[in-house]
Design a protein around this ligand. Structure first.
Ligand SMILES: Cc1ncc(C[n+]2csc(CCOP(=O)(O)OP(=O)(O)O)c2C)c(N)n1
Length: 289
């Protein structure tokens, strides 16, 4: 169980990550997937700085947990969360991101970045890859976990549910999926259109998964509690953590807005966004004091 001090440090990292994301979004000439980066900030910080067993100095450590960023358009958020853990140099990320031959592409590329388990970006593929890694681990009697982070819109892909059936049929208790359930995809709200997703968690249960629901996936304590509740990887049921989050979390004019799946911030809007995040963090600090 995390101490109050640990939770505070993780919250501080989430604040730092939000500020970095927004400053980058205000300086980059291309488009940044900022809405979904902000919704999964707490999830990524807690995974990389609290839960995932890893060693940035030894990328090939056999016992490391594996992580798959199935929601590959969230690459920038993953790079920043991993830089907070010591994997990458933040200045290198922001000075090279998205450029030709950069290690830090708009979508993750394992050829360029050996710290990653796989490349991603074509949605709906990550869970199948997680199955492969998890089957390998079981067959070798190895005890690491395979984490796979997906977007809720992404799970509209049929391939996700085929993979989900396989995870439970093969009793892959070493898989931990996480869904950034921000109720939005690229252009619409998930419950508004032809393919409503609710009752979302029940669908995973029906597919044979152990489900942990996080009521507020932008609350660090709730995320950490969910990560603490993951069963031992030697078990026979995969676990799905469904995190209810807010797309654009922390920025008043981005939250729940369909216009901020991706974009670029002008200087004035960036200042407004940074002020929102700063004010929320100051209030949080006061509450925790
Ligand atoms: C197979 C595939 N189809 C379409 C896209 C284009 N695309 C990129 S992001 C996105 C929306 C994904 O929504 P969601 O998974 O909910 O992500 P979030 O809202 O959290 O950013 C789409 C359709 C893609 N990357 N891959």
């Amino acid at each position: 169980m995390a101490t109050t001090k640990e939770i505070f440090s993780l919250k501080e990292l989430a604040y730092e990550m939000r500020m970095k994301l927004l400053k980058f979004c205000g300086s980059y000439s291309g488009s940044v997937h900022i809405g979904g980066d902000l919704s999964m900030t707490e999830m990524l910080v807690a995974l990389w700085n609290y839960k995932i067993k890893c060693n940035p100095e030894d990328l090939a450590w056999p016992e490391r947990d594996r992580f798959i960023m199935s929601k590959g358009h969230g690459a920038l958020a993953m790079y920043i969360a991993m830089s907070l853990r010591g994997f990458f140099d933040y200045d290198e990320i922001i000075s090279t991101y998205g450029k030709l031959d950069s290690k830090f592409g708009m979508h993750p590329c394992r050829v360029q970045l050996p710290a990653l388990e796989c490349s991603s970006g074509s949605l709906g593929q990550g869970l199948a890859m997680a199955n492969g890694l998890a089957i390998h681990a079981k067959s070798k009697g190895e005890n690491y976990r395979v984490f796979c982070l997906m977007g809720d819109g992404e799970t509209g892909e049929g391939s996700v549910w085929e993979a989900a059936m396989l995870s439970s049929s093969y009793k892959l208790g070493n898989i931990v999926g996480l869904v950034d359930r921000n109720h939005q995809t690229m252009t619409f709200y998930t419950e508004d259109k032809y393919m409503s997703m609710d009752p979302y968690a029940d669908k995973w249960r029906a597919f044979g998964w152990n489900v942990i629901e996080v009521e507020d996936g932008n609350d660090m304590e709730q995320i950490v509690n969910a990560l603490d509740a993951i069963p031992d990887p030697s078990g026979d049921k995969p676990t799905m953590i469904v995190c209810n989050t807010l797309k654009g979390k922390g920025v008043s004019f981005m939250e729940r807005s369909l216009g901020w799946h991706s974009g670029t911030l002008g200087t004035e809007d960036m200042e407004r966004a940074l002020a929102d995040v700063e004010a929320a963090w100051n209030a949080e600090k006061e509450e925790m004091a």
